[in-house]
Design a protein around this ligand. Structure first.
Ligand code: AMP
Ligand code: MG
Length: 351
């Protein structure tokens, strides 16, 4: 299959609208289109069409028990796919939609089990990216979309990443440039008594607390090897991983630099291509290996935005082992570290 890549502007001029209509027709006919959202690029299909949803799993090599998020473009559509929407969830929707928030509800009969990985709950999000909203409308209103990467790889934050993973497997990629946030949406489960964060993201526990009060973290999230499995099926898989081995080094900045310099030298002596992930503030302190800055600690959003791209850059340079600083920054730190720890298979050196 030939994959067409269509470049779009975010102000959606007439030509962009025409491209989106074409993409919408592909979705309506049961096909796949990759598209930008404010979090990461998504791989979309008609979420109410079981065979279209199945195509997503095939194209990504995604395990069939890992449910998809259903994307909508207007508030009224929520009640058609979700049953039992508690008032707190409506409050959240008013506050954070359109935006990087996914909420889980009991599903209605309209949503096929192929979209929910066999679960009787459905994950719903209204993204804020203009291309995503326009495509959802053009595609019939309900686009099921996971991240548009091959299963297990870092999520795509640029159309080029999507093409590397899915070229020849899908008919169209909408290229809206680099995304703004760079890590996936916060997932909050409203299908049980106490609202629970199943995946941390840009919208933090504190931000949610300010809107609805009590909000807990899924205990399966933070505890590796505790025997508690995370409630979002996708969170149990090895994820976001570069080809090289990733190791995090955690501790006081000076000690971290000393340790990483030592480890890189050791790796190079044993003939390995080694990489370092630091920040604008620290990169000058690394003396060997391929050193990259992920962003600045002055603005933690830059760290989230560049996380996946930097992992993919190391892949393209055939880096075999990557040593990274930790980024437990004030707001997005939990989300950033959740992705990095998974990408590293929880290999952390404390100094
Ligand atoms: P992705 O779109 O690649 O970020 O993957 C979607 C994430 O949402 C995965 O971690 C899924 O396991 C999670 N998810 C989707 N639907 C549900 C659901 N009904 N219950 C729990 N987690 C869900
Ligand atoms: Mg994903």
């Amino acid at each position: 299959m030939k994959t067409v890549i269509e470049k779009l502007t975010t102000d959606l001029n007439r030509q962009d609208q025409q491209i989106i209509q074409k993409a919408g027709n592909i979705i309506r006919e049961g096909g796949l289109v990759a598209f930008p959202t404010e979090t990461v690029y998504g791989l979309g299909a008609d979420g109410l069409n079981p065979s279209a949803s199945r195509k997503i799993y095939e194209a990504k090599g995604r395990p069939s028990d890992n449910p998809l998020i259903l994307h909508i473009s207007c508030m009224e559509d929520l009640a058609k796919i979700a049953a039992n929407i508690p008032p707190k969830a409506s409050k959240m929707a008013k506050h954070f939609w359109p935006g990087p928030l996914t909420m889980i509800f009991q599903k209605s009969g309209m949503v096929p089990l192929e979209t929910t990985g066999g679960l009787d709950t459905v994950a719903v999000r209204m993204p804020s990216h203009p291309v995503a909203l326009a495509l959802i409308q053009a595609g019939g209103g309900y686009i099921a979309a996971p991240s548009a990467n091959t299963s297990g790889k870092p999520s795509p934050t640029m159309a080029e990443h999507v093409a590397l993973d899915l070229d020849g497997r899908i008919p169209m990629i909408l290229d809206g440039g680099a995304v703004g946030i760079g890590i996936e949406s916060t997932i909050v489960d409203f299908s049980e008594e106490i609202p629970t964060i199943l995946r941390p993201g840009y919208i933090s526990q504190e931000m949610i607390y300010e809107v609805i009060g009590e909000i807990q973290l899924d205990p399966g999230l933070e505890t590796e090897n505790s025997g508690i499995s995370p409630k979002a099926p996708g969170m149990k898989y090895k994820h976001y991983a570069p080809q090289g081995e990733l190791v995090l080094v955690n501790g006081a900045q000076e000690k971290v630099q000393e340790k990483i310099n030592y480890l890189v030298k050791e790796a190079e002596l044993s003939g390995k291509v080694a990489g370092v992930i630091g920040t604008d503030e620290s990169v000058d302190g690394y003396h060997c290996g391929i050193v990259k800055s992920i962003g600045t600690r002055q603005d933690e959003e830059t760290i989230a935005r560049h996380l996946y791209a930097i992992l993919r850059e190391f892949d393209s340079q055939n880096v075999e082992v990557i040593y990274s600083e930790s980024f437990l920054t004030p707001k997005m730190g939990r989300a950033i570290m959740n992705r990095l720890l998974k990408a590293a298979g929880h290999q952390v050196i404390e100094v």
